[in-house]
Unconditional design. Sequence first.
Length: 535
Amino acid sequence: MQTTSHDISRRSFLAATGILGASTALGLAGCANDAKASDGSSASSDSSPYPQYDLPGRLSMSDFEASAAQPEPINEFDSEESYDVVIIGAGTGGVPAAIAAHEAGANVCLLQKESVAVAQGTGCSCINYDQSNELGAMHLMHSLREFCSFRANWELDKVWALNCFEALNWYVAKTEEAGLVKDVDFKSKDLGNFEYPEGNVITTMYDFTGGMNTPTVKLAEHFGDDVNIHYECPGIQLIKEGDRVTGVYARQKDGSILKITATKGVIIATGDYQNNDGMLEKYLPNALPFEKKQSNKTGDGHLMGMMAGAAMQTIGHTKMIHAKNWGANCTLLKNSPFLAVNMNGERFTAEDVGFYYRNNLVQYQPDGVWITIIDSEFGAQCEAMGEKPPTLEELEAVGEEGGVYKADTLEELANAINVPADALVATVERYNELCDNGGDLDFGKPTKYMLPLTTPPYYALHKEFAVSAITSGLTTNDKAQVLDGERKPIEGLFAVGNCSGPFYGSIDYPMDIAGLSVSRCITYGYVTGKYVANL
């Protein structure tokens, strides 16, 4: 058994978050049961499989219970390897980072907790600079920051805006090299003509059959030998010598500890923390009530980074809580302001609320459900509201299995969706009365959207919500360097994708740029992989 000494130091964190750690080595001195966090609060009162170590800042032992990250210092290992670049996480950002670093001449290791590469999302987009200009792109990013209450880091957003076209063209070429075929395995289409007085932007969207998991797995299979993928081998603790991260400890499938040295840098690409309730309670408690669409997203990279001195993004974290089942029921009438009721058959809001905000409303409603009610005039009403309606055939093709119900009476519709019939009838009667009287005295919805429901058959679109992603994490700069609490880069440590930020800033994920989340991961993976390889 070999041993090594290293310093897992605790940097000072922003006082605003209560994170005031000192730069001392993480050792056994803090393992008493009444251990205190570096802000003086109790580290944890929860039962835990680990001894109670003195943890930095707001971390508690419960944060590690769901995670592969290990809080107690590792002083022994069973084997060791050395590479130029080590990437933790074979997903939407990690796989492109590994391939880009390899192409730039680096010897690369890619660690993956799962037995295969894993990705999420349905597609990605970029600014098409063949049809756009840079000034228009800057206007678009200014609009994005406005949506995010100007809490997004402009420098981070600008990296995406200026590099996404090159990155996604490179990515698509790599998927074709790996065997995917355009118009069979993926399609592209131009979207979103954003017009500004000084410039315009056209975005190009790439949709992959089977979602982003298809190209991610294919790329990992094709380039796996080049980038030395270690499957079922999660990173569990960063190695730090002085102020520099020099590698990572990983736990192999047989339980043995592998020490991996990174001579140029470690890139964290582990995704979000939606499956870690301890972290959700601290950073995003309003996501707790919702079902989680992903698994094994346990904040491993966030925790390893913070144990090595990284600062968590201090502003409110951005959540992506969309439809539980992303299908026709989700996309049909997604933003339409038709009457909505809860499981009590009662109206609960003005319905002219963007799709990305609706989770904030349903969290207070029974079962977190939004039920859109329309009648057979919905097509004409959509056109009256300036929207392109789905066809009747598209609506009915979804059927009850997809959450679309049809009935000749409101009472029958109520029974089909399991809400009280008398309540639904009373709600529709009240809504029609408001429409006839020319104003929404109950919730203030604009009068142009107040269109009555009087013509059967009636339809109900039953929409449930679930966490798709959390798009916030460790504080980074425009080089994807992870920052400490004094906003200084931690040497040798980088983060890309959903474990980094603040690329956004609003509590909810903006949907004006389709596929932005995936594109951000790919772009930063590509740019950062090349950058670290060339250090």
